[in-house]
Design a protein around this ligand. Sequence first.
Ligand code: FES
Length: 380
Amino acid sequence: MSEQEHTQDLPTDEELANMSREDLAILGARLDGVELVEYPDPWPVKGTRAEKRAERVVAFWFILAAIGAIAFIAVYGWWPWTYQNIGHQFLYNLYTPLIGLTLGITVLGLGIGVLTYVKKFVPHEVAVQERHDGPSSELDRQTVLAELSDAGVRSTIARRSLIKRSAGAAAGLMGLGLVIFPVGGFIKNPWSSALAPQDTLRFTGWYEADGPNKEKVFIRRDTGVPTEVALVRPGDMDAGGLQTVFPFRESERNDPEKLLAAMERVDNPTMLIRLRPEDAANVIKRQGQENFNFGDYYAFSKICTHLGCPASLFEEQTNRVLCPCHQSQFDALEYCKPVFGPAARALPQLAISVDEETGYFVALHDYIEPVGPGYWERGA
Ligand code: FES
């Protein structure tokens, strides 16, 4: 349509005020140089079986999304979460897959519901439109709004309460599902006194049991065979050496499952380092941890405080522990504080001694700070 024709077709203010929504929509298309080749009513005959079926299909997807959102909230907040080794607790192993599955069903149901609704109920016009330069006039704005509103009215959303309710439930519950992320941490209580120490994230496998069950936590080295218990004594290591060690309790000696679990638990791996005598003389100890070492022997968590990789490369000449993931370096002569790379926190030090009865190394108590990357109970 030419600019001249465009101007000639403009309604007066009075005519504009009296035009219906549909008139405005058609006028808007015409003024924009849009030819509506097809503008069918999706359901010209109201209340047919096909229409009701389409409505139920749309509602089905929204209801599925709502159920998915409820399941997601329930799983995130209340599914068994205490630490268990992989392969030892079926319910625990399902936690992460269920989080993904329920959230996936929610997003999928909501997406398919919206797409199906648009496909079945929004008019599918076929139009050809010319491009215009410059800002839109008041007339254009009103007619465009009318077109959009007309599409909404023609889609009959106003009278489709089943779709509106199911879509509202799905969107609302999915929104609620997103709120569970920050709120979930308040539901799960890592401090719960109802949990045994080994079942909380507050402790590592080096925890010491209280009361009558208290028993020594020996230091065993990894021989590659989980059921083979190889305890470590001073003199078993050369100066300048490093061994990866794990906790061991006598009560677990004949329990292959517990022996394996101790080696699989992610916060257990610890580096037992024997410094060379000339280096040991230059050690700077951390305040409050002056007695954590035993002679030249020092034990540090092997879990990098950056992102949790095993930091197990020990450079004997410089006494630096290296993490291969992002090249953080920790100075073993200065309580393994980071001296290079992205790690910002020293590797936690395990307090060790030698059991007078047996002559083997023992841990005096659990780590006194969180192992690995920053964790939500830090400062405990
Ligand atoms: S995980 Fe060790 S440097 Fe990133």
